[in-house]
Structures are given as structure tokens and as C-alpha cells.
Design a protein around this ligand. Structure first.
Ligand code: SAM
Ligand code: DTB
Ligand code: SF4
Length: 349
């Protein structure tokens, strides 16, 4: 693909696979970092218009999907991810816990379902699961699925047979992020390589599990490096079914605690570009919503985000209260995937 500034919408449309909500994304067009930088360089209004057009080709632009997160094993992690309050090297005050008992996981999943979530994502502060953990996490997948929820796990690196065991238990999605562009990644994490992450994604894909893979912006990376992350994601073949875009939550005691916040419009641009380059994916507006006001979140939805983490906690940091999110959906006239639309019309209070 040549300079993106010259790509017309019809060219972009012609490159899209036929609409199918169930279909896995197929071979994507190759996106160079320069193509993506050209999208970043578009006037904001033009970029959002383009993202909306792509979004509406595939999705109901007034619908949002809700996933709830649960930390099934918190803190004390052996990895040194500079953004993460759960790294044992961080002085964040997060206490390390053991793997949560199955009954507590089921209870939390039922509560998430009662609040309207359709997907339940379980995260563990591990480099990778140990063999002795596999039976317990596969039991969690089976039980959460039995409640009628889609399941997602994020447990660190996976070997091929571990991915297969999770698939056999019925796991729908595995979250494993590339986090940043390869050249910036090395300044944030030293204990595992970019290639390790790509290998895990290959194992997850080969097992037939849907891939949830995104990254974090606002870690002090350059725009070119943000473009580099999107290029990596969009050029995965196929690209991920779900792409979480996290805005750094700068947690005290982590090496990135004092990182200056990213220009919010740059965050919105990143969402829009994820939407344009990965038209069929669920783009998830992930960490960082607690620090955003309603207008900024609305811009993210306008830019093509169609999924959020729902519930008052992410893994260790806070997320907007479910009631507050409900009010926002009502004010924006957003429907929740899998729910009947609210009986009353959107109001403005
Ligand atoms: N330990 C597993 C791993 O690293 O793959 C799973 C959990 S880990 C916390 C999942 C993802 O959360 C990370 O890859 C990162 O993208 C995101 N994350 C962690 N801390 C964050 C923070 N402070 N701000 C934004 N995103 C964060
Ligand atoms: C993802 O990309 N973001 C979520 C989920 N995948 C597991 C995690 C965000 C964590 C934010 C920091 C915390 O709460 O500890
Ligand atoms: Fe551990 Fe995951 Fe946090 Fe890295 S991001 S320190 S692997 S919990």
C-alpha cells in the first residue's frame, strides 16, 4: 500500500473483507509505518469521518460490547513491565495474592453477568502459567462458560499445548498484548522479548482461540512508535479479533509514574486508526477511562471504539462505576450488545 494520505475510501472499502460479524478477520492489507503516520497526520475531523465510515460498514455505531475483568492472581509478578503495578519490582503497594478459588471466580462472573457483561476476562500476574495451574484455570473457563458468558483469559506467555488445553476447556479469547512498537518495547520491558509475545500469539491462533491483542499509549513513545504498534497489530495475519487500546494509568511506584499525559486527541486518533486499519475487529477502549471525561469517551466511540471494560475495577486500578457508564450510554443513546434497548429515550440532564 502506498501513501495513506492518497488512499480513497473506495480503495479502503475494496480492501475490506465482506461483512460478517462471525468471520475471523482475513488477510489484511499490509500497512507500513509510513501509511499509518499519514493517517495520524490527517486533520482530526477528516480522520474521524473516515473512521466512522469504516466503522459503519461493519458495525452498528450505536452499540457497545461490555467485558468485565477479574484479577484471579494479583501482584508479585516476576516480569519487569515498566507500566505495571503488579511487577514485584514496582513499589506500588499492590499486595501479592494466590490464585483465586474457583467458587469466588464463579461468584464474580455471575455478578458481572447480572450487571450486563457478556464477556468475562480473567487476568493473572504471571510470566506464564505453571503446569500445576493449568487444571485450575481450565476449570474456571468451563464454569464461567457454563454461566453463559464468553470467556477470556490473560495469563502471560503460553506454550502450544497450554493454548490447546485452554481451547479444549472452551476458552473464547486470549488477551496478550504487544504493548508498543518493537523499538520502544525494549525500553519498557527487559524480561521477555517482542518475539516471545509474537510466539504466544501464534500458539493462541494455532489452537483456534480468538486473539485479543493491543497495546498501551502514553508511555512516552513517539508518534512514529504509536504508528509502529498499530502496524504490528494490523499486519498480523489475520489481525486480532479484539484490540484493546490502553491509555497508560500512571501508577505511583512504577517506573512510568511520572510520564506526562498524552494529548487526549492523540489517544482518539489512535482509536480511529485502529478502526481504519482493522475494520472488523472489536476496538476496546481499555485502561485509562477513569481519567477521561464523558466527552472524551464519546469521541473515542465516534472514532470507532465499540467495546469497553465494564465494572468498577480493572485488575488493580479503578474503572468508572457501572452506574456512571449506564448514564453515559443513555445520554449517548448507546445500546449494549446482547441487551434490549432501554425503553426510555436518551435524555440530557
Ligand atoms: N501478566 C499477563 C501479561 O502481561 O500478559 C496478563 C496481565 S497484564 C496486566 C495485561 C495488560 O494490561 C498488559 O499487557 C498491559 O497492556 C496492560 N496494563 C498493565 N498495566 C497497565 C497500566 N498501568 N496502564 C495501562 N495498561 C496496563
Ligand atoms: C488489557 O489490554 N487491558 C486490561 C486487560 N487487557 C487485561 C488490563 C488493564 C490493566 C490496568 C492496570 C491495572 O488495573 O492493574
Ligand atoms: Fe506481570 Fe503482566 Fe504486569 Fe508484566 S504486565 S508485570 S507480566 S502482570
Amino acid at each position: 500500500m502506498t501513501s495513506t494520505a492518497t488512499i480513497s475510501l473506495s480503495t479502503l472499502r475494496a480492501s475490506l473483507p465482506a461483512r460478517s460479524d462471525a468471520a475471523a478477520p482475513t488477510a489484511p492489507p499490509r500497512w507500513s509505518v509510513a501509511d499509518i503516520e499519514a493517517l495520524y497526520a490527517l486533520p482530526f475531523m477528516d480522520l474521524l469521518f473516515r473512521a466512522q465510515q469504516v466503522h459503519r460498514e461493519t458495525f452498528d455505531a450505536n452499540e457497545v460490547q461490555l467485558s468485565t475483568l477479574l484479577s484471579i492472581k494479583t501482584g508479585g509478578c516476576s516480569e519487569d513491565c515498566g507500566y505495571c503495578p503488579q511487577a514485584s519490582t514496582a513499589d506500588s503497594g499492590v499486595e501479592a495474592s494466590k490464585l483465586m478459588p474457583l467458587a469466588e471466580v464463579i461468584e464474580a462472573a455471575q455478578a458481572a453477568k447480572d450487571q450486563g457483561a457478556t464477556r468475562f476476562c480473567m487476568g493473572a500476574a504471571w510470566r506464564s502459567p505453571k503446569e500445576r495451574d493449568m487444571e485450575r484455570v481450565t476449570d474456571m473457563v468451563r464454569e464461567v462458560r457454563a454461566l453463559g458468558l464468553e470467556t477470556c483469559m490473560t495469563l502471560g506467555m503460553l506454550e502450544a499445548q497450554q493454548a490447546q488445553a485452554l481451547k479444549d476447556a472452551g476458552l473464547d479469547y486470549y488477551n496478550h498484548n504487544l504493548d508498543s512498537a518493537p523499538e520502544f518495547y525494549e525500553s519498557i520491558i527487559s524480561t521477555r522479548t517482542y518475539q516471545d509475545r509474537l510466539d504466544t500469539l501464534t500458539n493462541v491462533r494455532a489452537a483456534g482461540i480468538n486473539v485479543c491483542c493491543g497495546g498501551i499509549v502514553g508511555m512516552g513513545e513517539s508518534r512514529t512508535e504509536r504508528a509502529g504498534l498499530i502496524a504490528q497489530l494490523a499486519n498480523l495475519n489475520p489481525y486480532p479479533e479484539s484490540v484493546p487500546i490502553n491509555n497508560l494509568v500512571a501508577v505511583k511506584g512504577t517506573p512510568l509514574a511520572d510520564t506526562p499525559p498524552l494529548d487526549p486527541f492523540e489517544f482518539v486518533r489512535t482509536i480511529a486508526i485502529a478502526r481504519i486499519t482493522m475494520p472488523l475487529t472489536m476496538v476496546r477502549l481499555s485502561a485509562g477511562r477513569e481519567e477521561m471525561d464523558d466527552a472524551l469517551q464519546a469521541l473515542c466511540f465516534l472514532a470507532g471504539a465499540n467495546s469497553i471494560f465494564y465494572g468498577d475495577k480493572l485488575l488493580t486500578t479503578s474503572n468508572p462505576q457501572a452506574d456512571k457508564d449506564r448514564q453515559l450510554f443513555t445520554r449517548l443513546g448507546l445500546k449494549v450488545q446482547g441487551e434490549r434497548p432501554a425503553a426510555h429515550s436518551p435524555s440530557c440532564q
